[in-house]
Ligand binder design. Structure first.
Ligand SMILES: C[S@@+](CC[C@H](N)C(=O)[O-])C[C@H]1O[C@@H](n2cnc3c(N)ncnc32)[C@H](O)[C@@H]1O
Length: 299
């Protein structure tokens, strides 16, 4: 009890010191993590997300049959870029990712269908801020805006979408994969001196938070739901597998999970002991920028 209180105090002091000294988790850390796992992302992780992502694509088509200018923030290895290309064969698509290696994977996937697609290696928020108003008919993003600043992404989407344009998103919830992130918090408390960066997670709490945000910024919600994708994890050596998924992108710069040592050893052992199911909790939504009704967009 006393030990646990003491560790929490040390952790808070350490985090405060790092924050004051400016050692925050940076966009570059996330980019480096994704660069490192680009080779294994599809095999280790995309397979678990695919059916939920497909669902967003299917829901999208009836509401937005005619999007001509599409932005895809956080396109990753290009799974959704390929689906958007099929759904909107004539649209100009801008696919943005901060990881140059993930973007390379997307280019390879679209090698034979890449006409009209511009791939940009950029931070999604910076990219959005540089766009003029009314630049897009559709902004589509799967599993990525939580790494940026979801509130700022919504604000910039409202500015850059044409009236009646759509924002279609799947975003991880703050309490996603509790089996992993509860353990991560436990590791921070156990090894407070090993904390290397201060981090302030921006993943949204729930659909109420997102609904409020959308309503405040000129969106009408067409559909919003919370869900959980079941994750099949290996029976052992889970840490190596997990480090190849992107789930810990950036967090591997917060604690030294990739370096041999007590933090990695402890985390790997504890991870292998978990017997509960792993749930990837998310919020999925489609929203229309106010100015036209759903029916008029469909026409
Ligand atoms: C979980 S992956 C999702 C990839 C893809 N949308 C999919 O559904 O498979 C998250 C992606 O977001 C990218 N990303 C993270 N932060 C970003 C940022 N600030 N700007 C642009 N891309 C970012 C990562 O590099 C990674 O490719």
């Amino acid at each position: 009890m006393i030990q646990s209180f003491w560790n929490r105090l040390r952790l808070n002091l350490r985090a405060l010191n790092l924050a004051v000294a400016g050692h925050w988790l940076r966009l570059e850390d996330v980019a480096e993590s994704y660069d490192a796992i680009a080779e294994t992302y599809d095999r280790n992780w995309l397979v678990h997300l695919q059916s939920t992502t497909d669902r967003l694509h299917e829901l999208l088509a009836p509401s937005f049959p005619n999007a001509n200018r599409i932005l895809e923030p956080g396109c990753g290895s290009g799974y959704s870029t390929a689906r958007l290309r099929e759904q909107y064969p004539d649209a100009a698509i801008t696919a943005v990712d901060i990881s140059s290696v993930m973007l390379e994977k997307a280019k390879q996937r679209l090698a034979n269908h890449g006409a009209g697609i511009e791939f940009r290696c950029d931070d999604m928020l910076d990219c959005l801020k540089r766009q003029p108003s009314n630049a897009f008919d559709l902004i589509f993003s799967g599993w990525a805006i939580g790494y940026s600043n979801p509130a700022a992404i919504v604000v910039e989407s409202a500015r850059t979408l044409a009236s009646g344009g759509g924002l279609a998103v799947i975003v991880n919830r703050l309490n996603t994969i509790p089996a992993v992130f509860d353990l991560f918090r436990k590791a921070m408390r156990r090894f407070p001196d090993s904390l290397q960066k201060a981090v302030w997670p921006r993943f949204p709490k729930d659909q109420t938070e997102i609904s409020r945000l959308l309503a405040k910024h000129r969106f009408t919600v067409d559909r919003i739901e919370e869900g959980a994708a079941a994750i099949r994890y290996p029976s052992e050596n889970r840490l190596d597998w997990l480090l190849g998924t992107g789930v810990l992108a950036g967090f591997d710069a917060v604690l030294p999970l990739r370096k041999t040592g007590p933090v990695r050893d402890w985390f790997a052992d504890e991870l292998d002991k978990i017997e509960t199911g792993w749930e990837h909790r998310y919020i999925l939504f489609i929203a229309l920028k106010r100015g036209m009704s759903c029916d008029s967009v469909k026409r």
